[in-house]
Ligand binder design. Structure first.
Ligand SMILES: Nc1ncnc2c1ncn2[C@@H]1O[C@H](COP(=O)(O)OP(=O)(O)OP(=O)(O)O)[C@@H](O)[C@H]1O
Ligand SMILES: [Mg+2]
Length: 151
């Protein structure tokens, strides 16, 4: 299923992220795609807040993966600068597929490596501070999460 949300500022994007975060559990995988500066990291900041994680969320552009350990563990990945799939394998990508909530920015770059079931969220810059977030789910599990989102 597909569902489109619009946000009018960064706070709304974070709020939507927090609403999603509240519905997530370990083993879940969110694949974020879309324009540079469209709000993927801001959204992830909201997810962390929804999960009850208090740490400051910074972009993992250079580190590839940032981990946040709380009552759940969030792995925030950004594969924008990834050179090849081996590099992702080498940092132990497979180990993150169990026991973590994974949020990956630029996930379309590594499609071949993703679990079969993921929740895709595509970010589009519509205006100065207007963003469109398109949720695409390919499983009953993620359908339910998208359906439960009332913002
Ligand atoms: N509606 C909005 N939602 C999110 N961010 C917004 C919005 N309007 C303006 N912004 C601004 O856009 C920028 C989004 O930055 P952010 O780092 O979250 O993007 P990103 O998609 O993670 O970029 P990158 O691809 O470089 O990682 C911020 O400067 C934020 O203040
Ligand atoms: Mg980012």
């Amino acid at each position: 299923m597909e569902k489109i949300f619009e946000t009018q500022n960064v706070e709304q994007t974070e709020k939507l992220g927090a609403a999603v975060g509240k519905l997530l559990s370990e083993g879940d995988f969110l694949a974020l795609t879309g324009d540079l500066g469209a709000g993927k990291t801001a959204f992830t900041r909201g997810i962390a807040r929804g999960l009850g994680i208090d740490d400051a969320i910074t972009s993992p552009t250079f580190t590839l993966i940032n981990e946040y350990h709380d009552s759940v563990t969030l792995a925030h990945m950004d594969v924008y600068r990834l050179k090849n799939l081996e590099e992702l394998q080498n940092i132990g990508f497979d180990d993150y597929l169990k026991g973590y909530i994974v949020v990956m920015e630029w996930a379309d770059k590594v499609k071949e490596m993703l679990p079969v079931e993921v929740l895709w969220i595509d970010f589009r810059v519509v205006g100065d501070s207007l963003r469109q977030l398109k949720f695409t789910s390919n499983s009953p599990y993620y359908d339910k999460i998208v359906q439960e989102l009332s913002v």
